[in-house]
Design a protein around this ligand. Structure first.
Ligand SMILES: *[C@@H]1O[C@H](CO)[C@@H](O)[C@H](O)[C@H]1NC(C)=O
Ligand SMILES: *[C@@H]1O[C@H](CO)[C@@H](O)[C@H](O)[C@H]1NC(C)=O
Ligand SMILES: *[C@@H]1O[C@H](CO)[C@@H](O)[C@H](O)[C@H]1NC(C)=O
Ligand SMILES: *[C@@H]1O[C@H](CO)[C@@H](O)[C@H](O)[C@H]1NC(C)=O
Length: 252
Protein backbone atom coordinates (compact mmCIF):
# COMPACT_ATOMS: atom_id res chain seq x y z
CA UNK A 1 0.00 0.00 0.00
CA UNK A 2 2.72 2.47 1.08
CA UNK A 3 4.88 1.45 -1.86
CA UNK A 4 1.98 2.04 -4.26
CA UNK A 5 0.71 5.28 -2.80
CA UNK A 6 3.90 7.27 -2.31
CA UNK A 7 4.82 7.46 -6.02
CA UNK A 8 1.21 8.35 -6.77
CA UNK A 9 1.24 11.10 -4.17
CA UNK A 10 4.52 12.39 -5.52
CA UNK A 11 3.23 12.40 -9.09
CA UNK A 12 0.11 14.23 -7.97
CA UNK A 13 2.19 16.85 -6.17
CA UNK A 14 4.52 17.29 -9.13
CA UNK A 15 1.62 17.69 -11.54
CA UNK A 16 -0.19 20.11 -9.22
CA UNK A 17 2.95 22.17 -8.74
CA UNK A 18 4.02 22.27 -12.36
CA UNK A 19 0.48 23.41 -13.16
CA UNK A 20 0.61 26.07 -10.47
CA UNK A 21 3.94 27.23 -11.89
CA UNK A 22 2.73 27.16 -15.47
CA UNK A 23 -1.04 27.62 -15.71
CA UNK A 24 -2.03 26.37 -19.12
CA UNK A 25 -2.02 29.66 -20.92
CA UNK A 26 -2.93 30.06 -24.54
CA UNK A 27 -0.08 31.14 -26.82
CA UNK A 28 -0.25 33.41 -29.88
CA UNK A 29 1.94 32.06 -32.71
CA UNK A 30 2.76 34.12 -35.80
CA UNK A 31 2.97 32.42 -39.19
CA UNK A 32 5.26 33.53 -40.85
CA UNK A 33 7.08 34.37 -37.61
CA UNK A 34 7.82 38.10 -38.18
CA UNK A 35 6.40 40.51 -35.60
CA UNK A 36 7.30 43.52 -37.80
CA UNK A 37 5.55 43.81 -41.14
CA UNK A 38 5.30 46.19 -44.04
CA UNK A 39 1.95 47.31 -45.36
CA UNK A 40 0.33 44.74 -47.70
CA UNK A 41 2.15 41.85 -45.97
CA UNK A 42 0.10 38.91 -44.68
CA UNK A 43 0.32 37.07 -41.40
CA UNK A 44 -1.76 34.43 -39.65
CA UNK A 45 -2.07 34.53 -35.89
CA UNK A 46 -2.71 31.09 -34.41
CA UNK A 47 -3.99 30.45 -30.90
CA UNK A 48 -2.36 27.43 -29.27
CA UNK A 49 -4.05 26.06 -26.19
CA UNK A 50 -6.43 23.39 -24.97
CA UNK A 51 -9.64 23.05 -26.93
CA UNK A 52 -12.61 20.85 -25.96
CA UNK A 53 -13.38 18.21 -28.62
CA UNK A 54 -15.20 19.73 -31.56
CA UNK A 55 -15.06 23.29 -30.26
CA UNK A 56 -12.26 25.51 -31.53
CA UNK A 57 -14.07 28.65 -30.46
CA UNK A 58 -11.39 31.24 -29.58
CA UNK A 59 -11.45 34.77 -28.27
CA UNK A 60 -9.07 37.38 -29.71
CA UNK A 61 -8.17 40.84 -28.47
CA UNK A 62 -6.28 43.65 -30.19
CA UNK A 63 -5.00 46.25 -27.71
CA UNK A 64 -7.37 44.71 -25.14
CA UNK A 65 -10.47 45.12 -27.33
CA UNK A 66 -12.35 41.96 -28.28
CA UNK A 67 -12.36 41.44 -32.05
CA UNK A 68 -15.04 39.58 -33.97
CA UNK A 69 -12.85 36.67 -35.12
CA UNK A 70 -13.78 33.48 -33.20
CA UNK A 71 -11.73 30.93 -35.15
CA UNK A 72 -8.53 29.44 -33.74
CA UNK A 73 -6.51 31.45 -36.25
CA UNK A 74 -6.81 35.04 -37.35
CA UNK A 75 -5.52 35.98 -40.78
CA UNK A 76 -4.40 39.46 -41.68
CA UNK A 77 -3.98 39.98 -45.41
CA UNK A 78 -2.89 43.29 -46.89
CA UNK A 79 -1.81 44.55 -43.49
CA UNK A 80 -2.25 48.21 -42.67
CA UNK A 81 -0.73 50.30 -39.89
CA UNK A 82 -4.04 49.91 -38.03
CA UNK A 83 -3.39 46.18 -37.66
CA UNK A 84 -0.52 47.07 -35.33
CA UNK A 85 -0.99 46.35 -31.67
CA UNK A 86 -0.84 43.84 -28.86
CA UNK A 87 -2.72 40.63 -29.65
CA UNK A 88 -3.94 38.15 -27.05
CA UNK A 89 -6.09 35.05 -27.45
CA UNK A 90 -7.90 32.51 -25.30
CA UNK A 91 -9.13 29.01 -26.10
CA UNK A 92 -12.11 27.59 -24.18
CA UNK A 93 -9.94 25.51 -21.82
CA UNK A 94 -6.81 27.68 -21.50
CA UNK A 95 -6.12 31.01 -19.84
CA UNK A 96 -5.58 34.24 -21.77
CA UNK A 97 -2.22 34.33 -23.57
CA UNK A 98 0.61 36.76 -23.04
CA UNK A 99 0.38 39.56 -25.61
CA UNK A 100 2.26 39.42 -28.90
CA UNK A 101 3.09 42.82 -30.35
CA UNK A 102 2.64 43.23 -34.08
CA UNK A 103 4.06 46.33 -35.82
CA UNK A 104 2.99 47.26 -39.33
CA UNK A 105 5.26 49.87 -40.93
CA UNK A 106 5.16 51.96 -44.07
CA UNK A 107 8.24 52.10 -46.26
CA UNK A 108 10.41 50.18 -48.67
CA UNK A 109 12.67 48.31 -46.29
CA UNK A 110 12.13 46.60 -42.95
CA UNK A 111 14.44 44.61 -40.73
CA UNK A 112 12.82 41.37 -39.53
CA UNK A 113 13.86 38.68 -37.04
CA UNK A 114 12.13 35.80 -35.31
CA UNK A 115 13.50 37.00 -31.96
CA UNK A 116 15.05 40.28 -30.88
CA UNK A 117 16.35 38.92 -27.58
CA UNK A 118 18.57 35.82 -27.68
CA UNK A 119 20.79 34.01 -25.20
CA UNK A 120 24.55 33.89 -25.72
CA UNK A 121 25.46 31.00 -28.04
CA UNK A 122 22.10 31.08 -29.82
CA UNK A 123 21.85 32.16 -33.47
CA UNK A 124 20.62 35.54 -34.72
CA UNK A 125 19.02 35.77 -38.16
CA UNK A 126 18.11 39.15 -39.62
CA UNK A 127 16.09 39.62 -42.76
CA UNK A 128 16.01 42.68 -45.01
CA UNK A 129 12.40 42.63 -46.20
CA UNK A 130 11.24 44.85 -49.07
CA UNK A 131 7.75 46.19 -49.72
CA UNK A 132 5.82 43.60 -51.77
CA UNK A 133 9.15 41.70 -52.04
CA UNK A 134 10.43 44.22 -54.58
CA UNK A 135 13.89 43.21 -55.86
CA UNK A 136 16.79 44.87 -54.04
CA UNK A 137 20.48 45.14 -54.94
CA UNK A 138 23.69 45.95 -53.06
CA UNK A 139 22.37 44.88 -49.70
CA UNK A 140 24.35 45.65 -46.57
CA UNK A 141 23.66 45.14 -42.86
CA UNK A 142 24.91 47.58 -40.21
CA UNK A 143 25.48 47.15 -36.51
CA UNK A 144 25.65 50.39 -34.51
CA UNK A 145 26.35 52.24 -37.76
CA UNK A 146 29.24 50.01 -38.77
CA UNK A 147 28.91 48.14 -42.06
CA UNK A 148 28.84 44.36 -41.71
CA UNK A 149 28.04 41.86 -44.49
CA UNK A 150 27.43 43.03 -48.04
CA UNK A 151 26.07 41.19 -51.09
CA UNK A 152 24.79 42.18 -54.51
CA UNK A 153 21.55 40.26 -54.01
CA UNK A 154 19.29 40.08 -50.96
CA UNK A 155 20.34 37.71 -48.20
CA UNK A 156 19.73 37.00 -44.50
CA UNK A 157 22.38 38.17 -42.05
CA UNK A 158 23.13 35.08 -39.96
CA UNK A 159 25.18 34.89 -36.77
CA UNK A 160 25.41 31.23 -35.71
CA UNK A 161 26.75 31.83 -32.20
CA UNK A 162 25.76 35.15 -30.63
CA UNK A 163 27.97 36.81 -28.03
CA UNK A 164 27.48 40.04 -26.09
CA UNK A 165 29.38 41.92 -28.85
CA UNK A 166 26.45 41.19 -31.17
CA UNK A 167 24.06 43.24 -29.03
CA UNK A 168 23.30 46.50 -30.76
CA UNK A 169 21.19 48.49 -33.13
CA UNK A 170 20.88 46.98 -36.62
CA UNK A 171 19.57 48.18 -39.95
CA UNK A 172 19.92 47.17 -43.58
CA UNK A 173 20.41 49.23 -46.71
CA UNK A 174 20.17 48.63 -50.45
CA UNK A 175 19.09 49.89 -53.84
CA UNK A 176 15.36 49.48 -54.53
CA UNK A 177 14.07 50.74 -57.87
CA UNK A 178 17.23 52.87 -58.26
CA UNK A 179 16.72 54.49 -54.87
CA UNK A 180 19.19 54.12 -52.05
CA UNK A 181 16.95 52.94 -49.18
CA UNK A 182 17.64 52.19 -45.52
CA UNK A 183 15.48 50.40 -42.99
CA UNK A 184 14.80 51.73 -39.53
CA UNK A 185 17.24 50.50 -36.90
CA UNK A 186 16.10 47.82 -34.45
CA UNK A 187 17.74 46.76 -31.22
CA UNK A 188 19.01 43.17 -30.86
CA UNK A 189 19.87 42.04 -27.33
CA UNK A 190 22.14 39.12 -26.49
CA UNK A 191 21.69 38.05 -22.88
CA UNK A 192 24.56 36.63 -20.85
CA UNK A 193 24.42 33.18 -19.28
CA UNK A 194 23.54 34.70 -15.88
CA UNK A 195 20.34 36.35 -17.01
CA UNK A 196 17.03 34.58 -16.77
CA UNK A 197 14.19 34.70 -19.26
CA UNK A 198 11.39 35.43 -16.78
CA UNK A 199 8.58 33.65 -18.64
CA UNK A 200 10.45 30.33 -18.41
CA UNK A 201 10.61 30.45 -14.62
CA UNK A 202 7.77 30.54 -12.14
CA UNK A 203 7.67 33.45 -9.69
CA UNK A 204 9.32 32.81 -6.34
CA UNK A 205 6.07 32.82 -4.35
CA UNK A 206 4.85 29.87 -6.41
CA UNK A 207 8.06 27.93 -5.75
CA UNK A 208 7.76 28.66 -2.01
CA UNK A 209 4.08 27.67 -2.07
CA UNK A 210 4.90 24.38 -3.79
CA UNK A 211 7.77 23.63 -1.42
CA UNK A 212 5.59 24.28 1.65
CA UNK A 213 2.71 22.26 0.20
CA UNK A 214 5.14 19.48 -0.66
CA UNK A 215 6.50 19.45 2.88
CA UNK A 216 3.00 19.46 4.43
CA UNK A 217 1.93 16.72 2.06
CA UNK A 218 4.94 14.58 2.93
CA UNK A 219 4.45 15.06 6.69
CA UNK A 220 0.72 14.41 6.35
CA UNK A 221 1.25 11.26 4.30
CA UNK A 222 3.85 10.07 6.79
CA UNK A 223 1.46 10.67 9.69
CA UNK A 224 -1.39 8.91 7.90
CA UNK A 225 0.65 5.78 7.36
CA UNK A 226 2.13 5.73 10.83
CA UNK A 227 -1.39 6.02 12.31
CA UNK A 228 -2.55 3.27 9.94
CA UNK A 229 0.34 1.06 11.02
CA UNK A 230 -0.39 1.72 14.72
CA UNK A 231 -4.08 0.95 14.21
CA UNK A 232 -3.29 -2.24 12.39
CA UNK A 233 -0.82 -3.43 15.02
CA UNK A 234 -3.17 -2.52 17.88
CA UNK A 235 -5.94 -4.47 16.12
CA UNK A 236 -3.56 -7.43 15.90
CA UNK A 237 -2.66 -7.01 19.56
CA UNK A 238 -6.36 -6.97 20.45
CA UNK A 239 -6.99 -10.07 18.41
CA UNK A 240 -4.11 -11.82 20.14
CA UNK A 241 -5.49 -10.63 23.46
CA UNK A 242 -2.25 -8.88 24.25
CA UNK A 243 -3.52 -5.37 24.86
CA UNK A 244 -0.94 -3.40 26.77
CA UNK A 245 -1.64 -0.03 28.29
CA UNK A 246 1.15 2.39 28.60
CA UNK A 247 1.45 3.83 32.03
CA UNK A 248 0.51 7.52 32.12
CA UNK A 249 1.98 9.99 34.59
CA UNK A 250 -1.24 9.93 36.67
CA UNK A 251 -0.72 6.22 37.46
CA UNK A 252 2.43 6.96 39.38
C1 LIG B 1 -17.78 26.31 -27.45
O1 LIG B 1 -17.60 26.63 -26.08
C2 LIG B 1 -18.00 27.96 -25.74
C3 LIG B 1 -17.63 28.23 -24.30
O2 LIG B 1 -17.99 27.16 -23.46
C4 LIG B 1 -19.50 28.13 -26.02
O3 LIG B 1 -19.87 29.45 -25.73
C5 LIG B 1 -19.76 27.83 -27.48
O4 LIG B 1 -21.14 27.90 -27.75
C6 LIG B 1 -19.23 26.46 -27.86
N1 LIG B 1 -19.36 26.30 -29.31
C7 LIG B 1 -19.77 25.16 -29.87
C8 LIG B 1 -19.79 25.13 -31.35
O5 LIG B 1 -20.10 24.20 -29.21
C1 LIG C 1 -3.02 49.43 -30.96
O1 LIG C 1 -1.91 50.01 -30.29
C2 LIG C 1 -0.83 50.38 -31.16
C3 LIG C 1 0.28 50.93 -30.31
O2 LIG C 1 0.51 50.17 -29.19
C4 LIG C 1 -1.29 51.38 -32.20
O3 LIG C 1 -0.24 51.68 -33.09
C5 LIG C 1 -2.45 50.80 -32.98
O4 LIG C 1 -2.94 51.72 -33.88
C6 LIG C 1 -3.56 50.36 -32.02
N1 LIG C 1 -4.59 49.71 -32.82
C7 LIG C 1 -5.89 49.88 -32.56
C8 LIG C 1 -6.83 49.21 -33.49
O5 LIG C 1 -6.28 50.50 -31.61
C1 LIG D 1 30.04 29.70 -29.17
O1 LIG D 1 31.12 30.52 -28.77
C2 LIG D 1 31.66 30.21 -27.49
C3 LIG D 1 32.68 31.25 -27.12
O2 LIG D 1 33.41 31.66 -28.24
C4 LIG D 1 32.22 28.79 -27.51
O3 LIG D 1 32.69 28.44 -26.23
C5 LIG D 1 31.08 27.82 -27.90
O4 LIG D 1 31.60 26.51 -28.02
C6 LIG D 1 30.47 28.24 -29.21
N1 LIG D 1 29.30 27.39 -29.47
C7 LIG D 1 28.99 26.91 -30.66
C8 LIG D 1 27.74 26.09 -30.75
O5 LIG D 1 29.67 27.13 -31.64
C1 LIG E 1 23.57 54.88 -50.17
O1 LIG E 1 23.71 56.10 -49.44
C2 LIG E 1 24.77 56.12 -48.49
C3 LIG E 1 24.75 57.47 -47.78
O2 LIG E 1 23.47 57.76 -47.33
C4 LIG E 1 26.10 55.93 -49.22
O3 LIG E 1 27.17 55.93 -48.29
C5 LIG E 1 26.07 54.61 -49.98
O4 LIG E 1 27.26 54.46 -50.72
C6 LIG E 1 24.88 54.56 -50.89
N1 LIG E 1 24.80 53.23 -51.45
C7 LIG E 1 24.86 52.98 -52.73
C8 LIG E 1 24.84 51.53 -53.12
O5 LIG E 1 24.89 53.85 -53.54
Amino acid sequence: MWQLLSPTALLLLVSVCTQAADPSKSVVILDPPWDRLLEKDSVTLKCQGAYPPGNDSTQWWQNGTLISNQASSYSITDATVGDSGDYTCKTVLSAVSDPVRLEVHMGWLLLQAVRWVVQEGEPIRLRCHTWKNTPIQKVQYFQDGIGKKFAHKNFDFYIPNATSEHSGSYFCRGIVKNYNESSEAVRVTVQGPGSIIPSFFPPWHQIVFCLVMGLLFAVDTGLYFSVLRDLRSSKEDWRNDKVTWSRGPQDK
